[in-house]
Write a protein that binds this ligand. Structure first.
Ligand code: NAD
Length: 496
């Protein structure tokens, strides 16, 4: 059995790992690898390797760093089939979803490789008599990347912005899905990043604690559930580090009476059940105008019934398993409780199974008519359990959305421009979709929610990422140059 290793200073190294977890394929139950947990000493060794490498990496000319990223990008593209297969094996999403994730992830490298452009500073000449003022961007040191299980390629690749801007990186992949990160780091090694620029430490919350408090870590980029985002943000910022902590979500889709259902049902179903609903941009709760309620719910149920549950590697499968047996049991429990509290289960995936894969963690598409104050409505359930309720108008929908503990996305389906514009301005969330169920910003736009969906000020990706991983050093200068000499060679030169 493959036992996973840390990667530090350009070497793969065994982890003593008194404790370990199995990395399993959620569709088959097959154990793919053993993931040992690093000790505090081992975590510190990884951080030290990154700190050591920072001293020289920060001085590598920016276009050279960009060149390495472009070489890396090509290796990721060349390895797309292999990486997609790894994502599907460890996470369960279908191969086409894995390819989609990878395509989006590689775009991060496109933006990160634009460092010669994004690292530009700014200058104002003659801000005072003969005085210039400028800022230059400088990297800060070691950044830690703590990733969730649901996007094993996309989130760990945040590291490319950090190294593009001259920092070094320690990646802590999800212990449930570390294999994609490990393969991507092997490719970074192949691309020629110097030893210590990109590192991996295996572990769970103990390792995260060390990353958040270690004096040699300059900043922490976290993505995961709101509960852990809060813990990480509090720990890292009280240790006086930069921190951005992307949390969980519980997104609302508002379906109005002018919805063009034929045109939008595809993206609605994808938002609700795509990636087995294990994504922070998934639509969780539907708020449907009364006049179209029956038609909308019938159409959704009809389409959801057409999803094919199974192993994401099998052709024709459109809905993979949930990540673990614990997750499946948690979802079953949530629906049972909702039912006992008066919720109406309109589509029931609790007893779903896949005959050829009895060990898989199966949960079919589920839709519960629930009260907006119920537990199932208000909390994030990371799997294909979705809720629906009736609203009278956009204001009622907005009052539910804006009262949510989460503030990641909100979506409106409408053909009324004024209503869409009003919704865009009034929804208190980080991302709004208008007839787009999954309003996920691509690499070139910043991503982040509000309330418990995001702690921090600089969001992930794009120019916010460049700001997060760099400091703007201001330089004020004046020079004591004898201007009479300049005037003597150029008569047009005006003396003060
Ligand atoms: P999680 O919070 O359980 O784990 C995330 C990371 O934190 C993992 O690396 C894990 O090892 C570590 N961790 C877990 N418990 C910890 C603790 N007590 N202290 C310190 N570290 C701890 O999240 P997950 O289940 O892997 O991922 C799903 C969650 O991530 C969902 O809530 C989803 O909405 C969220 N997510 C958010 C975004 C976003 O952009 N906002 C993107 C993807 C996923």
């Amino acid at each position: 059995m493959r036992i996973l290793q840390n990667y530090l200073g350009g070497e793969w190294r065994d982890v003593s790992g008194a404790q370990s977890v199995d990395v399993t394929n959620p569709a088959t139950g097959e154990v793919l690898a053993i993931h040992p947990m690093s000790s505090e000493v081992e975590t510190s060794e990884v951080i030290s390797a990154a700190a050591e490498a920072f001293r020289s990496w920060r001085r590598v000319p920016v276009p050279k760093r960009a060149d390495l990223l472009l070489r890396y990008r090509q290796l990721l593209i060349d390895a797309s089939d292999e990486l997609s297969a790894i994502i599907t094996a460890e996470n369960g999403k279908t191969l086409s979803e894995a390819r989609g994730e990878l395509m989006r992830a590689i775009q991060y490298v496109d933006h990160a490789a634009a460092a010669p452009e994004t690292m530009k500073g700014a200058v104002t000449a003659n801000i005072g008599d003969g005085v210039d003022i400028e800022y230059i961007r400088e990297p800060l040191g070691v950044f830690a990347f703590i990733a969730p299980f649901n996007f094993p390629a996309m989130i760990p690749l945040y590291f490319t912005w950090a190294v593009g801007t001259g920092n070094t990186a320690v990646i802590k992949p999800s212990e449930l899905c570390p294999l994609t990160s490990i393969r991507m780091v092997e490719l970074a090694e192949q691309a020629g990043f110097p030893p210590g620029v990109v590192n991996v430490v295996l572990g769970a919350h103990d390792v995260v604690d060390t990353l958040c408090t270690h004096p040699d870590v300059a900043g922490v980029s976290f993505v995961g559930s709101s509960k852990v985002a809060g813990i990480v943000y509090a720990k890292a910022s009280s240790s006086l580090k930069r921190c951005q902590a992307q949390g969980g979500a519980n997104n609302h889709l508002v379906v109005t009476n002018t919805v063009s259902l034929e045109r939008t049902i595809g993206n609605m179903i994808s938002s609700l059940y795509g990636n087995a609903s294990q994504r922070c941009f998934a639509g969780s709760n539907l708020l449907v105008y009364r006049s179209v309620y029956e038609r909308v719910v019938e159409t959704i149920i009809d389409k959801a019934r057409g999803l094919v549950l199974g192993d994401g590697r099998d052709p024709g499968v459109t809905l993979g398993p949930v990540i673990s047996e614990a997750s499946r049991a948690h979802l079953v429990d949530a629906v049972n409780r909702a039912e006992s509290e008066g919720g109406q289960v309109l589509l029931d995936g609790r007893s779903a199974s896949v005959a050829a894969r009895p060990e898989g963690h199966w949960f079919g598409p589920t839709l519960v008519r629930a009260d907006t104050s119920s537990d199932i409505w208000r909390n994030e359930f990371f799997g294909p359990v979705r809720c629906v309720s009736v609203v009278e108008d956009v204001d009622e929908a907005l009052s539910v959305i804006n009262a949510s503990e989460f503030g990641h996305t909100a979506v409106i389906y409408t053909e009324n421009g004024g209503e869409a514009q009003y919704f865009r301005n009034a929804a208190d969330v980080g991302q709004v979709g208008i007839n787009v169920g999954t309003p996920a910003p691509i690499a070139f736009y910043p991503v982040g929610g509000r309330r418990s969906s995001f702690y921090g000020s600089l969001r992930g990706r794009a120019e916010d990422a460049v700001d997060f991983y760099t400091d703007k050093k201001v330089v004020v200068s004046t020079w004591h140059f004898d201007a009479t000499r300049a005037a003597s060679v150029d008569p047009a030169f005006e003396l003060k």
